[in-house]
Design a protein around this ligand. Structure first.
Ligand code: S3P
Length: 196
């Protein structure tokens, strides 16, 4: 597999598999893996406690600072918390990276969000809240994605393979586009001009 990119960032809704796929992807690419939620928890304590103590607004500011630092690295795969893309500065920064949107649905994530109760935004009515946040944020994920990968019904190794293939296609499309002097739009089948 050709070397696809120096900075690959995984975005998508809560429990879409960003951390597990990010770790596997980094291994396959020989890159370092950083999970922004984990960095936040290591520095500031659990995300639930942070939300309870400081509120969502403060969490978003901390998160944006952590993401900025992680994106200063090269040869890195970064998985972001589901709401990190709400920050305009983060979205701007992501324009300099290859962004992978891991898409999913409530049926796929349901067992995970019920099992892992550490997500403050899903503390009450988890399924309904997940769906509301997904509906709100999906256009944002799609608009910043270099590639979109459907994770429904796929295992972590299968999603990782699909991401690597989509990144390689994206790379080829961009190369051909530059050669032909044209640009491409993201049709969600795998490619867009977002990556460099
Ligand atoms: C959040 C997603 C979480 C975590 C926090 C807020 C969100 O990360 O950052 O609970 O707003 O979507 P995951 O997407 O890894 O669950």
């Amino acid at each position: 597999m050709e070397q696809v990119r120096h900075r690959v960032v995984l975005v998508g809704p809560m429990a879409s598999g960003k951390s597990a796929v990010g770790r596997a992807l980094a291994q396959r690419m020989g890159a370092r893996f950083i999970d922004s939620d984990r960095v936040i928890a290591e520095r500031f304590g659990s995300i639930s406690a942070l939300f309870a103590r400081e509120g969502e607004q403060s969490f978003r500011a901390l998160e944006a600072g952590v993401v900025r630092k992680t994106l200063a690295h090269d040869d890195v795969v970064v998985s972001l918390g589901g709401g990190a893309v709400l920050h305009p500065g983060t979205r701007e920064l992501l324009a300099t990276a290859t962004v992978v949107f891991l898409d999913t649905d409530i049926a796929t994530v349901m067992p995970r969000i019920l099992r892992d109760t550490g997500r403050p935004l899903l503390a009450e009515r988890p399924a309904e809240r997940w769906q509301e946040l997904y509906d709100e944020r999906r256009p944002l994920y799609a608009s910043i994605a270099s590639v979109t990968v459907d994770t429904r019904g796929r295992s972590v190794p299968e999603v990782t393979d699909a991401v690597l293939q989509a990144l390689a296609r994206n790379q080829r499309t961009l190369r051909d586009g530059v050669a032909a002097g044209s640009t491409h739009q993201n049709d969600e089948s795998g490619t867009s001009p977002h990556a460099d």
